[in-house]
Structure formats: structure tokens, C-alpha cells
Design a protein around this ligand. Structure first.
Ligand code: C5P
Length: 417
């Protein structure tokens, strides 16, 4: 994982409450990753949390004091006489991960018997909780009723996962991994962003066109830029549908995920999700041709002496052209962004595609540069818009490139009103 700051987390004040669950070891990693991403993480530990992990562990990964008590004269207390509101004030988010059945109950009943409970009562920022406990405790009506009470008050509850507990039992109650927790935190912080209330569709990855049951015609697209666009749209508060041929990358938390393989399947999926969509970003590398027929059985070497074999290819549908036609009828999507991966005449080719495919913006990508294009984590692109604007972006991570493209999409949507 790169330690580049994550914009939606950078300089945000996050209070991380931790309670007495063995899953607390994952909270140490979460505190570390949030800090690496640029967040300012203040950890509050309950008394039982300190039986599992020392405050020093969290202080070491966050580089900030850890709070363990509300009694001002004790070590680990807040350096203020207004301990009960001091921490919550100005915080962007309160995350309690892991939260035990006991602390869920304390919050549901408004108890204020330690610094974490007091902070949760006093905080005016969004509250995110990630339950972690034995499956029976989680499923118990007492816990479920308390969670329903908290949800009704606007608390965001991260569903625990199914799996094996420390006890050896299997059930639902495991704390999700750091990547998932971070995704929920990003989503909570991104609410109200530049794309709040907007529906965005992103396509990602290279299509695969089958030749026989074993072989496909594919391309080198990794899907990384598309996934980064989906994440950047989520960080900006959008409702995101990610239509992807790739299933090995972690799906950004909060995205509706649709897996497809061929250009025809991608067209179907795009058209199916198009109505009411505000923006479409076609980052996928869609095959222009597919084998004219898919053999029912694996193709054999028919003639052992033949040096060549000819494949007949036929055109696949051009998804953006179909979208252009549909948009002309319905007005949706309001903004369409295409991508041009070129190995020669980059800007001229991109300009031509922008016009032919009726795009608002095209992201031109020189795939011959070693630090740009397929598979690598960085990209060097130029943005061309329908008004003739040409903006070369600096070499940057795909995450940064995605943020800039999403910022342009937000501006375009704003102009359209
Ligand atoms: O024509 P070309 O494939 O180079 O155009 C690239 C842009 O068009 C990309 O945004 C790609 O996702 C989209 N495309 C498409 N349908 C195709 C081929 C490409 O929508 N069959």
C-alpha cells in the first residue's frame, strides 16, 4: 500500500474509540493506516481495551497521546478540565472499532461512565461503529435492539463479517479487515462532497472475448485507473456503480459492483444502469473486435505442418456510441467521459474520439511512456474537453489522476445544473 496521503482523510480529525475485544489488534493497524493516510487520530481506550493492548501501542502508531480516563489527575486524561467535550469538539468523525456488545448497550442507553461513552454523547460529528463479538452475542435480541436504536439515531453501523472467532466457533461477528474499515470511514467523511446525491457509473478493466472454452482475446488493462475513479467518486459523495471485468482488485467500499467479461456484456450492463445516471466514465479498455464464433470445444492443432492459422474477427458494439444515441433521446447521463489509450498521435486521436463519440471530456493516455498507462500505479494524462480545452496533468498516482478527473466531472455537472 502506498503511503501517499488520501485526500478525503488528509488532516481530518478522527477519534478512534477502542473497546475490549480481541479484534483490537486490527484497530492498531487501522490507526496506523489512517495516520499514514494523513488523518489526525486521537485514540480513546476503555479499561478493558487496555487489558488487550497497551496505550503505548496506539500512541506509537498515531504519534499522538492516547486517552484512557476522564479523571483529570490521572495519567492518560485529557489536558483540559472539560474532558467530556474536549475531544469531540472539532472532530470530523468518531469511529468505535471494535465496539463490544457492552459499549453498544452503553451508547444505546446514553450512559456516560467513561471517557469514550462521554465523548460519544458529547460528539456532534458522524459516528461509525464496527461491532466485534461472538456470533451469539451479536445475534442476541438485546444487541440487535440496541443497534437498531443507534441506527435510528443516525449512527452508521459497519456489519461484522462471517468467519472463525478466536474461540474456534464460526459465526457472524468478526471485525472486517482494515481495507474495509477504511472504506467505510472514507464514505462517512465523503458525505456532502462535490458529487453528493449524484449517480456515477464507472467501467474498468479490459474486456475478454472468448475464442473457445479455454482461450480469450484480451488486453493489458489492469483496471487500476477505473477502480481509482470509482473510489474518488465515492470520496466525493457519489453513488457509484462499478462495472468491471476485473475481480482481483479490492472493490471500493460502497460501490455497487457488476462483473462482466465481454464487450457485449459490458454494453448490456452500462445500458441497464444508465437511466438516471448523472455521469458515465468509460475507463474500460473495450475490445473493438471479437472472434466471429466461439468454438464449443478447445481448438486443436488441426494441421501439424501449418505455420499460420487465421482467425476471423467481427466488430464489437461501440458502447460510447450507443450511449450517445440513448443520451440524445433521454438526456441521461448528463456527463460522459471517455478514455483514449494511444501509442501515437495521442492528442489528435483523442480529439477525434471526443467529437465522434459525443463526449464532454476525454482522458488521453500515452501508453508508450514507462510510467503511464497499463498496470503501473502512476499515470500521465491530458484532459481534453468539448470546448477545445487541453489540460496536461503532471505525472501522478492513479488515485490523484482520478481525483482531478472527478473534480472536472463535478464542475461539468454543476454547470449543467
Ligand atoms: O475507440 P477507442 O476504443 O480507442 O475509444 C476509447 C474509448 O471508447 C474508451 O473510453 C472506451 O471505454 C470506449 N469504447 C467503447 N466501446 C468500444 C470500444 C471503446 O465504449 N467498443
Amino acid at each position: 500500500m502506498s503511503s501517499e496521503p488520501i485526500t478525503v482523510l488528509h488532516n481530518r480529525r478522527i477519534i478512534l474509540g477502542v473497546t475490549g475485544s480481541i479484534a483490537i489488534y486490527k484497530a492498531v493497524d487501522l490507526a496506523s493506516k489512517l495516520t499514514q493516510a494523513g488523518a489526525l487520530v486521537d485514540v480513546i481506550m476503555t479499561a478493558s481495551a487496555q487489558r488487550f493492548v497497551a496505550p503505548l501501542t496506539f500512541a506509537s502508531v498515531t504519534g499522538r497521546p492516547v486517552y484512557t480516563t476522564m479523571w483529570a489527575t490521572d495519567a492518560g486524561a485529557l489536558p483540559t478540565h472539560i474532558a467530556h467535550v474536549g475531544l469531540g469538539e472539532g472532530a470530523d468523525l468518531l469511529v468505535i472499532a471494535p465496539i463490544t456488545a457492552h459499549t453498544i448497550a452503553r451508547l444505546a442507553h446514553g450512559l456516560a461512565d467513561d471517557l469514550l461513552a462521554v465523548t460519544a454523547l458529547a460528539a456532534r460529528c458522524p459516528v461509525l461503529i464496527a461491532p466485534a463479538m461472538d456470533g451469539g452475542m451479536y445475534a442476541h435480541p438485546a444487541t440487535q435492539d440496541n443497534l437498531a436504536t443507534l441506527r435510528a439515531r443516525g449512527v452508521i453501523v459497519i456489519e461484522p463479517e462471517e468467519g472463525r472467532f478466536a474461540s474456534g466457533l464460526i459465526g457472524k461477528g468478526r471485525l472486517p479487515e482494515t481495507h474495509t474499515l477504511m472504506g467505510h470511514i472514507r464514505r462517512a467523511l465523503g458525505r456532502g462532497g462535490a458529487l453528493a446525491g449524484q449517480r456515477v457509473i464507472v467501467t474498468a478493466g479490459g474486456t475478454r472475448e472468448p475464442l473457445d472454452p479455454v482461450r480469450v482475446l484480451a488486453n493489458r488493462s489492469s483496471g487500476k485507473q477505473g477502480y481509482a475513479l470509482a473510489q474518488a467518486a465515492l470520496d466525493a459523495g457519489a453513488d457509484v456503480t462499478l462495472i468491471s471485468t476485473v475481480s482481483v482488485l479490492p472493490v471500493p467500499v460502497g460501490a455497487t459492483f457488476v462483473v462482466v467479461e465481454t464487450a457485449a456484456q459490458m454494453l448490456d450492463a452500462v445500458l441497464q444502469h444508465l437511466s438516471g445516471a448523472d455521469a458515465l466514465l468509460m475507463a474500460a479498455a473495450v475490445a473493438d473486435y471479437r472472434p466471429s464464433a466461439v468454438a464449443a470445444h478447445k481448438l486443436k492443432k488441426t494441421d501439424q505442418t501449418a505455420k499460420t492459422r487465421t482467425l476471423t474477427l467481427v466488430r464489437t458494439p461501440d458502447i460510447l456510441s450507443e450511449v450517445r444515441d440513448q443520451r440524445a433521446r433521454t438526456g441521461w447521463p448528463r456527463v460522459v467521459v471517455g478514455f483514449a489509450a494511444e501509442s501515437e498521435d495521442l492528442l489528435r486521436n483523442a480529439q477525434e474520439k471526443l467529437q465522434r463519440k459525443g463526449l464532454d471530456l476525454i482522458v488521453a493516455n500515452d501508453i508508450t511512456a514507462p510510467d503511464a498507462g497499463f498496470a503501473v500505479d502512476t499515470n500521465r494524462v491530458t484532459l481534453l474537453d468539448a470546448q477545445g480545452g487541453v489540460e496536461p496533468l503532471e505525472l501522478a498516482s492513479k488515485a490523484r489522476v482520478a481525483e482531478q478527473v472527478i473534480a472536472r466531472v463535478a464542475r461539468l455537472l454543476e454547470k449543467r445544473g
